[in-house]
Design a protein. Structure first.
Length: 252
């Protein structure tokens, strides 16, 4: 019974449904993020690298993946027992040959990276010419996985970073909106001021989770949309072959 409950909680954490509306304090941001990844899953096929994979919560979305390799940092704020890592990244080089993968998923990782240009060039190196990448980064979100939370990036900043490191932007969009951010942060605030005991904190938080999740869903659908505040930037990228030819030393 306990294992069954744990499985439900883990499922609702990254794939929140009706139950998540009642128990998941990150329901609004996680629901929007999963929908964004699911709606663009067709871009990832063949050999897929999930960089910053954690527990590989989105692996089942990629029906066309022939192989799915999870890569993550050796040191990070997540609990190690929740990870499903195949290969560790040392902070310098992804341990695969150039032109190895057909596609890439990278969700909620770049805010934890100081050497972002170096990492993006590594992404470019290990992907095959013309390969697609789906990358998400948070914009409106509190500090997390401390002390390894370093940055927030606007849409223009990400456009510059990606194109400057050899990627063509296929399309990009934002998840969430001003209203959802407001209600998500109300839940976050209450959670952060409650007692540290996880069980007590969550029991007190439950009614607020349901009410604010419900209000966030309803009001974001009936009131005018404003995306000047939002949860995530989602970019669909394609490896630029011209860049690869002019920067051949990176492909060795």
């Amino acid at each position: 019974m306990i294992n069954f409950i744990r499985e439900i909680i883990q499922k609702e954490k990254f794939n929140p449904g009706i139950i998540g509306l009642f128990i998941n304090h990150n329901f609004l941001i996680r629901k929007a993020l999963r929908k964004a990844i699911k709606n663009n899953a067709q871009y990832l096929s063949g050999s897929v690298i999930d960089f910053g994979c954690g527990s590989k919560p989105y692996i089942k979305l990629f029906k066309d993946a022939q192989s799915y390799i999870g890569v993550d940092y050796k040191i990070e704020g997540r609990e190690e027992k929740q990870k499903r890592v195949d290969v560790f990244y040392d902070g310098k080089q992804i341990p695969f040959d150039a032109n190895h993968f057909d596609s890439m998923l990278c969700t909620e990782v770049l805010e934890h990276v100081f050497n972002i240009d170096e990492l993006l060039r590594e992404f470019h190196r290990v992907l095959k010419p013309g390969a697609y990448a789906v990358i998400t980064t948070p914009f409106m979100w509190e500090e997390h996985e401390m002390p390894y939370d370093f940055a927030r990036y606007t849409t223009p900043a990400l456009q510059h970073l990606y194109t400057n490191n050899g990627f063509e932007i296929v399309h990009n969009f934002k998840t969430g909106n001003y209203i959802q951010v407001i209600y998500q942060f109300r839940i976050n605030y209450i959670k952060n001021i409650l007692p540290e005991n996880k069980i007590i904190r969550h029991l007190i938080l439950l009614p607020f989770i349901f009410l604010y999740n419900l209000f966030g869903v309803i009001f974001s659908n009936v009131l005018p949309k404003d995306k000047t505040a939002y949860f995530n930037n989602v970019f669909i990228l394609r490896k630029n072959q011209i860049f690869a030819k002019t920067n051949g030393s990176q492909e060795k």
